[in-house]
Ligand binder design. Structure first.
Ligand SMILES: [Zn+2]
Length: 407
């Protein structure tokens, strides 16, 4: 029997589009219509919420698209799937908002209340609610889906092209690796340096031949000093180059704030900053990919703490640390890599006192709670000496083993 589509591992391939041959008007029109539809849908939802106090469903909003097309004929000129995808993206935003919806209100609303105390908050006055996309500042992208072979890959004289629906041009891209699996969606995006990328998200049909794990199980502790400490006592650091990039970024940011608004030198600095941000992001992602690949290749089971959003936000306090930006990505990469390599990822309850417990005698040392400065300590009960993170990783591994044997 065929597997349910949701179970199949997905893989994304991102390539650079050759700018000089790219159909810029087609891209601009598609970006514009995506943004317009997103905003129109958000307006529709807001209006419905104000009238009835509840949200319309995604399908109800998608059903509006044909009417919008009649009223706004420019929508007819682009692929209709990208309009539908814009609505789907908006609803992903709503799902996220519903999941993380704290009781936190936006600063702008808190300011208003100070002046008009009788004001009651609307749903969009809470943090995390989807925002209208701006023409200047929002990411420029559109996404289409494969239906009835509407997307085609073409190769002419060793040059690689893709044919997208409603586009009269073939789009040439720099194919740096083979695309495996069935293409499901194609996203085109232009970054703030004007570079265009195309991303193919594919469903892998069969799991690849995976090297056998050499180690049975490993516990990892995710931290700020070392990004990862494993239960064998290895500290896996953050990339070295990162700190020099960070220094340069601080320098540019200062320069930028001093420069006159609207001047060409300020624009130059902005581009330099954007380039550097990209570089930092790429370095970090590359590092995380290599790190997680090695972990997944070598270990059949990996145990980690179930990090949550709140912890990650708390880690922001250590803004000089690379870790805060990496934790979420680390969890994401480990999750999908374990899935596609047939490994098991066990997430240990985040309230489990992995740091404070002695891994030798299970005694709790309360001095460690909330105090990140203690790196090494000795257990007062059994006098075992511990490295803070190594001890935590061992505890996480032991707890995961208990969880497995209990089921
Ligand atoms: Zn002890």
């Amino acid at each position: 029997m065929a597997k349910r589509t949701n179970d199949l591992p997905k893989k994304a391939y991102k390539f650079r589009v050759f700018d000089h041959t790219a159909p810029k008007p087609f891209f601009a029109q598609s970006f514009g219509c995506t943004r317009w539809t997103f905003n129109q849908a958000l307006g529709y939802v807001n209006h419905a919420w104000e009238k009835t106090g509840s949200f319309p469903t995604k399908n109800e909003v998608v059903k509006q698209i044909p009417q919008w097309k009649v009223a706004f004929s420019f929508l007819e000129e682009v692929d209709s799937i990208i309009l539908q995808k814009a609505v789907e993206d908006l609803f992903e935003g709503f799902d996220c908002f519903k999941k993380t919806k704290g009781k936190q209100m936006k600063k702008s609303f808190i300011k208003q209340v100070k002046m008009i105390p009788s004001l009651s908050p609307k749903v969009w006055d809470f943090k995390g609610y989807p925002r209208f996309k701006s023409k200047r500042h929002s990411k420029k992208s559109f996404t289409t889906k494969m239906t009835n072979e509407n997307i085609k890959l073409v190769q002419i004289d060793n040059k690689h092209y893709v044919k997208l629906p409603k586009c009269n041009h073939l789009i040439r891209f720099k194919k740096t690796r083979e695309i495996e699996g069935d293409i499901k969606t194609v996203q085109v995006e232009t970054d703030n340096l004007g570079k265009t990328y195309i991303t193919f998200t594919c469903e892998l049909l069969s799991s690849k031949i995976v090297p056998k794990a050499t180690n049975d199980a490993l516990g990892i502790d995710v931290g700020l000093t070392s990004l990862i400490t494993d239960s064998n006592g290895n500290h896996l650091p953050v990339p070295v180059r990162y700190s020099s990039y960070k220094k340069r970024l601080t320098f540019l940011q200062r320069k930028f704030s001093r420069q006159q608004k609207g001047s060409s030198s300020r624009e130059k600095t902005r581009r330099k900053m954007a380039k550097l941000h990209q570089k930092i992001y790429n370095t970090r992602l590359d590092h995380l990919h290599k790190l997680t690949y090695r972990l997944v290749r070598d270990n059949q089971t990996i145990a980690m703490e179930d990090l949550d959003v709140k912890q990650m936000l708390e880690a922001r306090k250590y803004s000089n640390s690379i870790a805060h930006a990496s934790w979420g990505k680390l969890k994401e990469l480990l999750t999908y890599k374990c899935k596609s390599y047939g490994r098991t990822l066990i997430k240990v309850d985040r309230y489990f006192p992995s740091t404070q417990m002695c891994s030798a005698c299970s005694d709790i040392n309360p001095a460690l709670k909330g105090n990140t400065t203690i790196r090494k300590w000795t257990c007062s009960t059994c006098s075992a000496s511990h490295d803070r993170d190594h001890n935590a990783a061992i505890n996480i591994l032991n707890e995961a083993k208990k969880m497995v044997s209990a089921t």
